[in-house]
Structure formats: C-alpha cells, structure tokens
Design a binder for this molecule. Structure first.
Ligand code: MN
Length: 232
C-alpha cells in the first residue's frame, strides 16, 4: 500500500530524562475548572466537567529550557493566555474509575491553552462550536513531560504564568474543581483514552491578552517550565 502523498508527521513532546519522545494522539481540554476563573468568565458553582479538543498538530513542543515562538494568530484582536497543568496518558482505558486513574498517567507537563477570546465569545453567543477560538494552528505550546516516576502523583502545588516577568496567573492545582482523577473518570466515560492522549486540565483566574513581542513563562508543580514568545 502506498499513500497519494506523505502522511503528516506524528507530533511529539520531549520527555525529561529521556531521549525518547511522547507521540501525541489527541489533546483533550477541560473548560472552566477553577472557581475563580469560572467567575471571571461569568459563571458560578460546580457544573459537570465539559470538554473540547485541539488537534494534535496544534501542539508546539518545547524542549527543556528553550524558548519557543508562536505567531500571533489571524482573525483575532484578543489573544488570551491560559496556563494549564497537562496530564499525559500512558495506558489505554475506558470507564476508568477515579481510584484507578493514577495508573493511566504517564506524566505531567505545563502548557498554554491559547485562545482567540473574541472569536470564542462570539461562538458562545451564537451557540456555535469553539474550534475557531480554541483549536487554531499553534494554539497549544507545551513543555517537556516529566514522567510520574520522577514527579510522583501531582495533586497540589503552584501553577503560575508570568508575562514579561510580571505574574498574571497564580494558583494551586489543589484548586481544580474536578481533580485529575475525576477528569480521567469523566473523560474516559465519553471517549476511550489511549496512550499519547494529553489532557489540558483547565486554567486558573487571571487570563489576559498578550500581544506581539510578549514573553510568557509558564510553570507548574511537577513539571519543567515553558517559555513562549509571541512573534509577528
Ligand atoms: Mn483552557
């Protein structure tokens, strides 16, 4: 069998302490998973978790310590940063219980769920899908994965984003409305998880606009930090 053209390459993330790469299959994202972020977006209270996806090739992989560049995307006047703990799945499963969830975790990274907020807002208003606001090219810079053997299971600790050295987002992953284990339980009831899946677990409060030339530095407990420049 041959293809009519070369298949797209498999996108992948660096792994701390290894020369092997983590091949990306899907990128699941959790909406509104910190109380104070839900509030800043005009919502209150605990709602069942909900999900959207980004394409695997929207991930911009960063090696440890390197600065990656992403272009300011088209069609928006309001590009927002959302710093998030990213969970990498290493073992397949469906209907995984929260208690069994840790055994499916390969490791953790920190990532940015970049968002064309104006387009997302318009989609919400019109009852339309979010892809135009969320799933654009190069919308998900993600740092290297720290294997769980090195980080341990992450349930608490600081998550932070600075823009040009000034802190804009600062919280604790213990404040996730739905914990990583609960997210895996809900997600695996809707889709069968596979090795290579990434879960962006939601952003804390403090989301804000960035412009060309801004440098974002994302950090989270258990992970190597990530530095991203918004280029022209
Ligand atoms: Mn997000």
């Amino acid at each position: 069998m041959s293809f009519v053209f070369a298949p797209s390459p498999v996108n992948s993330l660096a792994i701390v302490g290894s020369n092997d790469r983590f091949p990306i299959r899907r990128v699941y994202c959790v909406g509104r998973n910190y109380v104070e972020h839900a509030q800043e977006m005009g919502f209150t209270g605990r709602e069942p978790p909900f999900f959207f996806l980004k394409p695997a090739d929207a991930v911009v992989p960063a090696a440890g310590g390197e600065t990656v560049s992403i272009p300011y995307p088209t069609l928006t006047q309001n590009l927002h940063h959302e710093v998030e703990l990213v969970v990498a799945i290493g073992k397949a499963g469906k209907n995984i219980s929260a208690a069994d969830a840790p055994s499916h975790v390969f490791g953790y990274a920190v990532g940015l769920d970049m968002t064309r907020r104006d387009l997302q807002g318009e989609a919400k208003k019109q009852g339309r899908p979010w892809e135009i606001g969320k799933a654009f090219d190069q919308s998900a810079p993600i740092g290297p994965i720290t294997p769980v053997a090195k980080s341990g299971i992450v349930t608490e600790g600081a998550i932070e984003l600075t823009v040009n050295g000034k802190t804009t987002q600062k919280s604790d992953v213990a404040k996730l409305i739905w914990s990583v284990n609960e997210i895996i339980e809900h997600l695996s009831a809707a889709w069968e998880l596979q090795p290579g899946d990434l879960i962006m677990t939601g952003t804390p409060e403090g989301v804000a606009a960035v412009v060309r030339g801004d440098v974002m530095r994302a950090s989270s407990v258990g992970c190597e930090s990530l530095t991203v420049l918004i280029s022209d």
